[in-house]
Ligand binder design. Sequence first.
Ligand code: CNA
Length: 360
Amino acid sequence: MDKETKKDQKDGSLNEEKQNVLSESEVENYSEMEKLRRYLAQKLRLVDLPANDQNNESQQLVLSKLNLDGIVEYIKENTNCKIITMAGAGISTSAGIPDFRSPSSGLYHKLDKYNLPHPQAIFELDFFMKNPEPFFTLAKELLPEGFKPTISHYFIRLLSEKGLLLRHYTQNIDTLERVAGLSSDKLVEAHGTFHTGHCLKCRAPYTLPWMKEGIIPKCEECNEGVVKPDIIFFGETLPERFQILADRDFTQADLLIIMGSSLVVQPFASLIDRVRNTCPRLLINNEKVGTQDRLSRFLGLRQGLVFDVKSAHGGRDVAWLGDCDTGCQLLADKLNWGDELRALMQREHERLKVEDKSDN
Ligand code: CNA
């Protein structure tokens, strides 16, 4: 080796060393930054600190393969696997109920006729108090009149029947989980439900069939208040049941399955970070979502899904991209439950058809 090359190598390794060793002031800045990050994460209370910050379980490859087969193997090996499912509007689109954010078919792209100041206004309490009509007109599109649960809904029910479902957390307000026969103790309707409603003035309770009468339901008790379905509007706190059960359930889960959500609405979206860091997370969705953005990485607000196995946090997250029903059926097939799932849906749809006929 000539002198020049030796010198270059020495300089190179010195530079590398320099890059790895932070100066005192850099260390100080870093720890100040870390303190600020943790302070904000706790103060904002948008999420708990990520599970990684709470315990030191080592990050390792939890699944033998980072794909659906790896998940199937994991479920088969863990006979008492406690599964949490989290869902969004995407599990109901095949039932004919549009989601919010899908390009062109999503509700946010179809709100022009309501003349709103901005699309979210339709779910804001202040706007609703002044002008409830747009919400109730839209509600007709979201109410499950004649809509039937999808394969994804029945997959969740099947998990429950097999004793594997710890809990199902849904953002959906369409009540299709109830229609699919999921028992209410397994269900957390994080954004409330159309199933019941209350008068905004005297709090008198009402049922869904009653609210469906007319355009804007007016309270029969006080004759003044508008009856609002018990769905959570932007800015309202989430139901107590959500807060209590989320604290209890997520640290116990052995597997998290997320379906049909853009994972942008908080605090629901950050539930994904509340499982233990050895808990595999399967995303079944049209698009990759829930990964960490730069701001939340800095603030420590969410770790997010990590599909890059080479990352320090990789090794347990799987994205299956495509239609929820296809993904759920494929998962059921691979678990040898495929025929059972198809039969369950067929039987239940027949039953609902008969019920519909006798109601009319
Ligand atoms: P969203 O923000 O509209 O996101 C839906 C996600 O699902 C997107 O990532 C889509 O790409 C994906 N998606 C849509 N259809 C499918 C499909 N068939 N297969 C796979 N992926 C699909 O909806 P979120 O639920 O994430 O947002 C939360 C809001 C939406 C909650 O507050 C809900 O109350 C609200 N919402 C609920 C309903 C309902 O109850 N059915 C309908 C519309 C909106």
